[in-house]
Design a protein around this ligand. Structure first.
Ligand code: 5AD
Ligand code: SF4
Length: 354
């Protein structure tokens, strides 16, 4: 089988493989993964800081228009406790994620949390932010305060589809500008898309994967789209792929991405684990080298509902590491304790201009 990936058409053919042909594709991706990033899996403790969001994306359960969603913001103490837990348990890094806010109170709360976590952990805990679109000045403040990496999904690389799944004031070009600003600020930059969106065909998904390559991102977090009843996109659910088809497409997409970008960090995302009980394990076996276990305080977890039935294998903090060990071992990989796990793909802005 030929796994050349120069054209969109070649990628579409690979995305369509099923059965033994798909298994061969997954095997080819697995070999590339082991050659370029090895068998270590990096741990990022995910802290869902707040479900307050000024945006109103048509697919997301915590959109501002969903008035039936109770809102919360973690206290400073709760975030610091989660960071301490991650640090003491040997997690190399932490992801601070939240709905989008741009007011000064929010920006400075994050800034001071970053400073405090850096101080408590002697700068050892790598911090990733996933806090949406911000000004270049805010990105620079948070970088200075200690953040290393930033995740901002493009969601879809098609401006037309982007316009269909967002309200009119959510602008595709602004997202692109933010991704460029993040790179210029010196972050390791992560992005990603949703797979199986209504009106997204295989060709569009192939274009999305090529987009991530063209943007030269350092990390990718992508996942299946899962419809949420209290969102406008729910009404398009008749257009969606059956779950088994979506799952097969997702695994092929992970494999194609690893073939396209051999040395980046790829996450085995929670949404894939929600779609299929073995989803995260399969992603780790085929292509992924990062896992982001949820370490948000239990009291808040049920309110960070981007999509329904979100999994949470970690029944308690004590169960978490044995569960992860078993999952990662089953995928034929090793858990990397105490490692920040920076993307091998990353180059500093100075290296870019060389
Ligand atoms: N299904 C899957 N992923 C979703 N996200 C938001 N809503 C959904 C959904 N219904 C993802 C988006 C966003 C990330 C934080 O969560 O890709 O960037
Ligand atoms: Fe807010 Fe992000 Fe959800 Fe959009 S996807 S409504 S920006 S939390």
């Amino acid at each position: 089988m030929d796994y050349t990936l120069d054209t969109i058409g070649q990628a579409v053919s690979l995305l369509r493989l099923r059965g033994e042909d798909a298994e061969s594709l997954h095997h080819a991706a697995q070999q590339v993964k082991h050659r370029y990033v090895g068998d270590e899996v990096y741990l990022r403790g995910l802290v869902e800081y707040s479900n307050l969001c000024r945006k109103n994306c048509h697919y997301c359960g915590i959109r501002s228009g969903n008035t039936s969603q109770e809102r919360y913001t973690l206290s400073r103490e709760e975030v610091l406790q989660a960071a301490d837990y991650a640090y003491k348990s040997g997690f190399g890094s932490l992801v601070l994620q939240s709905g989008e806010r741009q007011d000064e109170a929010f920006v400075s709360d994050i800034e001071s949390l970053l400073q405090e976590i850096m101080q408590r952990t002697g700068g050892e805990l790598g911090i990733t932010l996933s806090l949406g679109e911000q000004t270049p000045r805010t990105y620079a403040r948070w970088k200075k305060a200690g953040a290393l990496r930033y995740l901002l999904r493009i969601e879809t690389s098609s401006p037309e589809l982007y316009a269909r799944i967002h309200p009119a004031d959510h602008v595709f070009q602004t997202r692109l500008d933010c991704l460029r600003a993040l790179r210029d600020t010196g972050y390791q930059v992560g992005s990603g898309v949703m797979i199986g969106l209504p009106f997204q065909d295989e060709e569009q998904l192939a274009r999305d994967l090529f987009f991530l390559k063209e943007m030269d991102v350092d990390m990718v977090g992508m996942g299946p789209y899962i419809p949420h009843e209290q969102t406008p996109l729910w009404r398009e659910r008749a257009r969606l792929l059956p779950p088994a088809e979506l799952y097969a497409l997702c695994l092929n997409a992970w494999a194609v991405l690893r073939l396209l970008m051999p040395d980046i960090n790829i996450a085995a995302t929670t949404a894939l684990g929600t779609l299929h009980p073995q989803g995260r394990e399969a992603a780790l076996r085929i292509a992924a080298n990062v896992i982001m276990p949820n370490i948000t305080p239990f009291s808040a977890r049920s309110r960070y509902v981007l999509y329904p039935h979100k999994i949470c294998i970690e029944k308690s903090a004590d169960d978490l590491l044995p569960h992860l060990e078993a999952l990662i071992h089953a995928a034929g990989c090793r858990l990397a304790y105490h490692k920040q796990g920076n993307s091998r793909h990353f180059r500093t802005p100075a290296q870019y201009s060389e």
